[in-house]
Design a binder for this molecule. Sequence first.
Ligand code: GLN
Length: 380
Amino acid sequence: MPLKSKLPRVGTTIFSVMSKLAQDSGAINLSQGFPDFPIDPALGDLVHEAIRAGHNQYAPMPGLPALREAIAEKVERIYGVPYDSASEVTVTAGGTQAIFTALGAVVQPGDEVIIVDPAYDCYSPTVELFGGKPVHVRLGGDMKFDAAAVKAAITPRTRMLMVNTPHNPAGTILRDADMRDIADMLRGTDILLLSDEVYEHLVYDGEPHASTIRYPDLRERAFVIFSFGKVFHATGWKMGYVLAPEALMAEFRKVHQFNVFSVHTPTQHALARYLREPSHYEQLPAFFQAKRDRFAQGMQGSRFKLLPCQGSYFQTADYSAISQEDDIAFAKRMAVEHGVAAIPLSPFYKDPPPGMRLLRFCFAKQDATLDAATEKLCAI
Ligand code: GLN
């Protein structure tokens, strides 16, 4: 039967490819972004308690009210902005579902969506699935946000701009000046913003997280996406949430209800209680910064050149002093021959810059894993 693919150019994600290669070859897996250390046992206990207490049926479609209230309280505590837990907060099955649903809710056929490469790999195919046209621009030197390039891509058909801070895969952040530039270019337009902030809290060297939430001109037009999996070391739970003004959220929920309807009930009960203790997220910057620094220290004796890492749990590194192979070939060979798996950067681009020789390493790992990996990487 002839089947016309809706995503003819899409294969299996590079995360699945590299994690499988790591498994098959026995390489240390610094590719797909997930911690190799356990969650806080107290959080696990809360999930067990919720299951034993019988919280095992459908949660309300937008999320458990207690969790949405805890989220709104946390957001107000950190950013000083009140989101209405009833109408402006929705709990999702992770960040990717939230992105998919937000795009599905607002992208009409022919709408242009500006994507800044390197970009997380779900953005562009999701825009295409809903009939939109991804318009790709690039980060500038040192993976810095290039406001002029983004502004130049705006046309009368632009429906949305997608931004990401802290950035996956680059490990850079948007700063106050970038957010002001974005606010300036969107002011007076009806362009929506999707702000992927799943690595909230993973910002280093004492810098603030310049969340879209802090900027009134931006948050009034924004879906802001967050992840519990990333911040509580439980990526396999696929739990996240989205904040948006009521009118946008009403459209989001129309799609959400037919996409997942609602997400795992016991985990929502657990998170509602866990989130009320600020120390559970306040210690995250120091915790991950120590890992970033340990990895960088371990790499000092290597031929890799590390790019600036200001946030996320990813470190990008240039391997051009080692090889001129293309990044996918080099990453595969490195896993098999040198025992460390990483993610090549070209899959995050529509048109990878010629000659780019970059890999992304995930440092959300136990110290022993980081030490064993850097020892191998120094030997290449
Ligand atoms: N967010 C993870 C990463 O960047 C991947 C998640 C996935 O495999 N879908 O590595």
